[in-house]
Ligand binder design. Structure first.
Ligand code: PLP
Length: 442
């Protein structure tokens, strides 16, 4: 892009400097935009849902008052008491000159990193050092920010259906071509997740070009499925064979109660050589508004220069944080740390239990109507096949108009999501029960 700009300035100068006025050469400068953003296809899923809901609300304002939102996956219940207590205590420290805290370490306070490394990994027999934990304001950002330390031209693989933020971040970073007519972007490898494979991504065939970066999410958003150990072992072996990176998004890890399904990618031998794990307190501690998550980047994870030299990403990611951020706010980190105390763990478990009971009610309700469902057992999302001849958006509109229930159309998550829809279990119990009643009436 810089080379193009230099060319533009040169041509323009040449055209404006005439033989009669050789000294009138004007150099036009201009701020260049990141043109990759212009490739982003118009409707990010949730704005499109909001548009349809507000169109319905303007058309039928009285009915719109009854709308129950089971679309976006945002928590509804109050924060765990331990987190509140710790954040209040942190604010009191800030109110006192003797205990005041200013800038903290860009990658997180040592005690918080230690609580996480111990609580989520070492206590479960997994080798993760304190300084391999990087605190952030949530994993949505991290799943894209991590691309800053990778080179241009990596081939990216995502599942289809997929959490849209991975794709859009890669579009913004220039890792894709143009948007395609039927959905998706040129240059991305889409890993189809369908009924045939239980909505779980399989490694590509040996004859297919190998991607360099693979995003996997388990428990999965949107399908609610959890990846089995054998599949994840195959992915780790695949990544190592192709010197690729596995991005393991475990934002919903606390919902995974299937003892046989890995909660962390580091349960798999060899993952410390190729995998980066993203975690979030959004759905475990209800931190969607508080904002805190973390990334695990083992020191042994390598990427390569064009000359083929291995470079440890840990140092680059540390540098990235210390240059581009001053880290997560003190009170929020203290709140996150409190989730690892005995009371914090109990409160998180109770919150997760509450949403999982919602998921069970929704799943059973859909099944009772004869709808085919996945998920909802180890994830807060129920993935349903649209009944009859409805497509995803058609059924979304049908439910909005006739049940005043907002769901998420599967097609918004990718081509393979067509013909399905997602119901989120993040809601009050009363709303969830009412949703089931209303679904029974449409
Ligand atoms: N990853 C997945 C799959 C998600 O569904 C979400 C949030 O909905 C996130 C990451 C982002 O979580 P955070 O709130 O930590 O940014």
């Amino acid at each position: 892009m810089l080379a193009q700009r230099a060319r533009f300035v040169r041509t323009f100068t040449a055209r404006t400097s005439s033989a009669r006025h050789p000294r009138l050469a004007i150099e036009i400068t201009m701020a260049l935009v990141n043109e990759h953003y212009l490739k982003l296809s118009a409707g990010y899923l949730f704005p499109e849902i909001a548009r349809r809901v507000s169109a319905f609300a303007s058309e039928k304002p009285d009915l719109a008052k009854e709308i129950i939102r089971c679309g976006i996956g945002d928590v509804t219940e109050a924060l765990p008491a331990s987190a509140i207590k710790a954040m209040n205590a942190a604010n009191d420290e800030l109110a006192n000159r003797a205990t005041f805290k200013g800038y903290g370490p860009g990658t997180g306070y040592d005690s918080v990193r230690a609580a996480i490394a111990h609580g989520d990994f070492r206590s479960r027999g997994l080798e993760v050092a304190d300084d391999e934990i990087f605190l952030s304001d949530g994993s949505k950002g991290d799943c894209g920010n991590i691309l800053e330390i990778l080179g241009a031209g990596n081939r990216i693989a995502v599942t289809d259906p997929v959490y849209p933020a991975y794709v859009d971040a890669n579009v913004m970073f220039g890792n894709t071509g143009a948007a395609m007519a039927g959905g998706g972007y040129e240059g991305i490898t889409y890993l189809p997740c369908t009924e045939a494979n239980g909505f779980l991504a399989d490694v590509p065939a040996a004859s297919a070009p190998a991607p360099d970066v693979i995003y996997l999410c388990s428990p999965n958003n949107p399908t609610g499925t959890v990846m089995d150990r054998a599949r994840l072992e195959a992915w780790v072996a695949y990544a190592r064979k192709h010197r690729a990176l596995l991005f393991w998004d475990a934002a919903y890890e606390s919902y995974n109660r299937d003892a046989s399904a890995p909660k962390s990618v580091y349960e798999i031998a060899g993952a410390r050589e190729c995998a980066i794990e993203f975690r979030s307190f959004s759905k475990s501690g209800g931190f969607t508004g508080v904002r805190c998550g973390y990334t695990v980047l083992p020191k042994s994870v390598m990427a390569y220069t064009r000359a083929g030299d291995a470079v440890a990403l840990h140092g680059l990611w540390t540098r990235r944080w210390n240059t581009r951020s001053n880290g997560v706010s003190y009170a929020v980190q203290r709140g996150a740390e409190a989730l690892y105390t005995e009371s914090g763990k109990r409160e998180v478990a109770a919150l997760v239990d509450f949403y999982m009971e919602n998921a069970r009610i929704l799943r059973d309700g859909c099944r009772a109507l004869g709808w085919k469902t996945w998920g909802g057992e180890n994830a807060p999302y129920v993935w349903c096949k649209t009944p009859g001849s409805f497509d995803s958006w058609g059924f979304f509109d049908h439910l909005l108009r006739n049940a005043r229930v907002v769901t998420t159309p599967g097609a918004g998550f990718g081509r393979c999501g067509e013909g399905y829809f997602r119901i989120s279990a993040f809601n009050s119990r009363a709303n969830v029960e009412e949703v089931v009643r209303r679904l029974g009436r449409v």
